[in-house]
Design a protein. Sequence first.
Length: 757
Amino acid sequence: MVKQRKVPGVKNYQAPAGGWGALKATAIAVRQQMDTVKAPMTLLRTNQPDGFDCPGCAWPDKEHKSTFQFCENGAKAVTWEATNKRVTPEYFAEHTVSTLLTYSDFELEDLGRLTHPLAYDAATDTYQPVEWTDAFQRIGEILRQLSPQQVEFYTSGRASNEAAYLYQLFAREYGTNNFPDCSNMCHEPTSVGLPRSIGIGKGTVSLADFDDCELIIAIGHNPGTNHPRMMGTLHEASRRGVPIIVFNPLRERALERFADPQNMVEMATYRSTRIASSYFQVRAGGDAAALKGIMKALLEMETASDDVLDKDFIQEHTNGFDALAEDLKKTAWAEIETISGLARDDLAMVAATYAKSNATIVSYGMGVTQHNTGTANVRLICDLLMLRGNFGKPGAGICPLRGHSNVQGNRTVGITEKPSADFLQRLENTFGFKPPAIQGHDAVQAMQAIVAQSSKALICLGGNLIVALPDPAQCFPAMRNMELCVHIGTKLNRTHLLVGKETFLFPCLGRTELDEQENGPQSVTVEDSMSMVHASAGKLKPASEQLRSEIAIVAGMAQATLPDSKVPWQSLTADYNQIRDLIEQTVPGFENFNERIRQPGGFRLPLPPTERIWNTPSGKAEFYVFEGLLEDKQVQTSDVLRLITIRSHDQYNTTIYSLDDRYRGVFGRRDVVFMHPDDLVSRGLSHGDMVDLETITQGKPMVYQGLTAIEYQISAGSVAAYYPEANRLVPLDYIDEECGTPSYKSVPVRVRKSALS
Ligand SMILES: Nc1nc2c(c(=O)[nH]1)N[C@H]1C(S)=C(S)[C@@H](COP(=O)(O)OP(=O)(O)OC[C@H]3O[C@@H](n4cnc5c(=O)[nH]c(N)nc54)[C@H](O)[C@@H]3O)O[C@H]1N2
Ligand SMILES: Nc1nc2c(c(=O)[nH]1)N[C@H]1C(S)=C(S)[C@@H](COP(=O)(O)OP(=O)(O)OC[C@H]3O[C@@H](n4cnc5c(=O)[nH]c(N)nc54)[C@H](O)[C@@H]3O)O[C@H]1N2
Ligand SMILES: [Mo]
């Protein structure tokens, strides 16, 4: 490489992921947020049988009873919640909402934990303290005046099963299925695609399968940052000699080399373990083409040797093989190569490795789902696995890496805009009211309804919805028209400041905190990425005496809104065992719920594909034919680049812990765009130049000015910038039509020298 010009805050980070860098970063996070005396005890209670579930990610623990697993980003998530900082009514009195809106996302949350229930006062443009009961009464009054179809009930995936269940009960008794949730922006392609292919919208592997697998294919996820405890598993697999094939447009350090802080020898000797055995820098949005290429090569091998496919499995358990084979035959290699950005020989090599493995796991994340071919991508992964019978045998299966720590559980207990008739019937039988049957809004539809002013109230159980959604220029101002906004959160964020005519901000207990109710201390439950359900109980003294549990807040609003409700809201709040009894009555798989969560490690929900039972209409697993290959049909001009919006190492979704992104060598800033050297050269740009990005849309222009272009190991044709800032380039209606998920990772953009430079 030619010697590059120095760009402030940009360095070439040489160290492996994990290792001493991770320990140092944890120490800093603790020092900045917490009392150093309290911190070690709190961190040690993470993911222990009598402790709390880590709010960081949804990766499971070995039986949830392991000794403390060191995890840098888990520690950040915990210390961020258990911080000593507070944002008090006095602070709100002195800072108008308009002033707070000028703060960065980082500055807002860094003010600390919310301490009091607040109501927005338009006359002073400030949040003022309010009594809980008064707030509930007012919310009830407004909701009773609105039609239920005008109200949106958002859930972010940290809510416990118990809170989420009560929340859906409240909204359904009130009369709506409007349940936009974070999953709509995340793994909806999994929830929609997997049931069509294998009959259930969840991953099929368990941790034990990683001990038995012979090959791991990791597509479009960045575990060193987002699922750090998975690194231990990958590290073990790699040391066992399991090939790990990675598809990712960016060279992510943790997928290349990792030093396990759990491993004394590696730490003492500064050694690390290679993770990926092969690393393919697929073009953004090129996975469908790559997957089809691997399958095409596999079929070509089958023609030659007749021993590659699992023909018994295909015959006995699947439908649609011939159509798939026909389509693969028709698809030209030239097209596969152009769109995936990968060579035929490389894809054939992957097919050959796959053909040798008797048990393969494919893991995937947002690099697969956040495309307008997201659902197709997920189904093509199933096709690939089905060709060699990689469902329902040890060491094999599909492993979607879920986002929020309980996003999967929220779905299981009823947070969905398209509930099944069976679930609605169970609710009716148990509670004696008729829940609405008409389909509700998902996240994008909810926002569109808010923009169109047909929705007039938004209630948020956690999260930062409006910042997480695309197109702030359209969405932020639309919030001004709302009759009512209610936010239940732990820390202040921008969505809370997009106030409507009446807005309430309720502070709630976090995972780490003791939840004391009338019947004593309570625990909640969560479900991890591998369908394990277990209990979580915080022990810390709550951040303020005014805090209430999410459950108590939901129940309080429900009672005030539905005076004739038959649901015993108050006694459910006093004793969460009663909520679990109701879940048991209405959601299949929760038999003896209260008893089973007392076992250390909890229990696993049923996963029929692991027994080769397929709950599809045909009773078989369904092969899927994806005739298109392109990420979208509209935009194919010669200068188009595909923008990927990504997370830095120091952020949790819209929560920014610091401005560093250590593994990618970016420090103290986020205003950068990662580019391939050829893409810089062909635009007359060099490393460090200031550039503007413009989305290629039919609609109004969307521009992001003044980013610094940095040369990076990213596939040609793809560029990357940080989320949520880059949401200004994502059109709201640019979605996967099958499931409504925004295509956050394949936005067609042009990059040019900045008008500001
Ligand atoms: N510390 C931390 N932990 C988290 C989160 C967090 O923000 N911070 N967020 C949580 C949530 S809600 C989620 S959903 C998960 C997210 O976890 P991930 O799924 O890992 O999410 P991202 O970082 O958005 O993107 C993942 C990777 O996809 C790659 N990618 C982008 N486009 C493509 C493509 O077209 N093809 C392929 N093959 N790869 C592509 C990117 O380069 C990146 O490495 O993590 C959860 N855990
Ligand atoms: N461009 C782009 N946009 C994206 C993505 C992307 O990759 N690119 N990813 C998408 C994905 S995968 C997701 S999941 C969404 C995330 O969307 P959300 O889940 O809505 O956003 P978060 O940033 O996780 O929410 C942070 C807020 O949650 C609140 N909070 C934290 N802990 C708790 C708690 O225990 N209880 C309650 N009630 N509140 C709590 C705090 O107030 C905090 O400010 O963003 C999506 N948006
Ligand atoms: Mo997510």
